[in-house]
Write a protein that binds this ligand. Sequence first.
Ligand SMILES: Cc1cc2nc3c(=O)[nH]c(=O)nc-3n(C[C@H](O)[C@H](O)[C@H](O)COP(=O)(O)OP(=O)(O)OC[C@H]3O[C@@H](n4cnc5c(N)ncnc54)[C@H](O)[C@@H]3O)c2cc1C
Length: 445
Amino acid sequence: MYDPLVDQVPPSNETKPDSFWAADKQAYQYPPLTGQQKTDVVIIGGGYTGLSCALNLAQEFGVECAVIEANQPGWGCSGRNGGFVLPGTGRLSVKQMRERWGKSVSQAIYREYLDSIDSVESLISDGIDCERSAGGYLKLAHKASLVDGLHRQAAELGDEYGDSIVPLSASDISNKYLSGTPSFGGIYYPNAVGVNPWMLCQGLAKKAQEAGVKIYGNSAISECNRSNQKHLLSTSEGSITANTLIVATNAYAQRNLHSGLKDRMFPVLSSIIVTEPLSEAELLTVGMAEGLMVMDTRPLKYYYRILPDKRLLFGGRGAIKGKHANQIKYQNALKEGLLSTFPNLANVKISSFWSGWVSVSLDDYPRIYHDTSAQTLYSGGYCGAGLAFSIQAGKRLAQLYCAPEQLPDLPYWKSPLKIFPLASARRPALQAFYAWEALKRKVGM
Ligand SMILES: Cc1cc2nc3c(=O)[nH]c(=O)nc-3n(C[C@H](O)[C@H](O)[C@H](O)COP(=O)(O)OP(=O)(O)OC[C@H]3O[C@@H](n4cnc5c(N)ncnc54)[C@H](O)[C@@H]3O)c2cc1C
């Protein structure tokens, strides 16, 4: 599998991601960039960030822009994720945000999270068909000692952050939400929805194209240069010149694609398995409410949901290096996680397994940044929680460029992503973290 820390350029001959979401579905193919083209704003990356930014630039501000995608829209994370549309991004809890920035800023950030769900919902109500299911999201405490803290968090989010989250005891959970796996308690977000993420991305691309955006597929940018106030981007078949560059590659950019982003994100693999459709008896043993999405509170989480056609999707950590991503041991490790959660599914068959790169930022929150001196913007570092947020980030990128006075006062656009010191130590450190978490899980910590 492509590895952004190793490969000089992503592949450019693929039509779809290898996820369950895109299998058996027709995809419109956007033509490659050929010859010498010109535009006002060029965006690298045809995922939610790039496409949402392009749509907003064209629709709200009348800006001429082009999206250049190495493969086809949704080939990166946006066609590979779990489809959980949740409030949040990065890895900071509300408590940590309050300690870092104070209460009113943390409240404004949470409003942004809620707005990001509204942004997805409004795309869906505008006609994007992406198999939306409204079952809410259950956050399960993995230790009894965490339940009181989760319940306090639910109360605070309701009283002071404008959300409506329901505290649940272990018996509430087994009676109403999830009976097939033991729990200590948790909290329930009724407004979270599930989607087919690849279909959402396809719909976004079509909308952007209808708004006048040029989308080029199968066009991996191998070089980005700037001279005489112009950006010049090259692929194997063509080039494009633009006044402004927006890098929306998130974790998928090769390390040397753009000097302004070098070592500011850490690409980490996340993997998913999907089972064959469960029988009625198996569904009963899982005992999950319709459309419900579940995640636990471990630092290395498992997340799962039953899909509309009754398959169980189960996700968690992947390999460390791209060249190992498809090894059977990572699929088996997820299956072991699935069986430890639902021991009665011993005979279940896995029908799909895939991985994608999420981007971790050094200080656990993303940035949507404009380097005015280089006429370059970027957004990324969502730490694996970016379905709804990257769609919102695309809108904010467009505002940051065209009308920064419209932006709320949030830390996201005030500084660039931080550079990882000792960048080459990132993978060994991740390996050590995984070993430590595996040990904790084994001894029941
Ligand atoms: C397995 C998995 C599960 C996840 N589950 C969830 C979830 O349930 N909920 C949630 O909120 N988040 C989830 N995420 C995270 C979420 O998918 C991402 O945050 C989001 O999709 C990021 O979108 P993006 O547009 O910024 O990046 P991407 O969708 O990754 O798009 C970047 C694009 O840039 C292109 N690109 C890179 N380099 C070049 C180049 N040189 N030339 C041209 N194009 C280039 C790539 O081909 C890629 O298509 C998950 C991620 C993974 C991998």
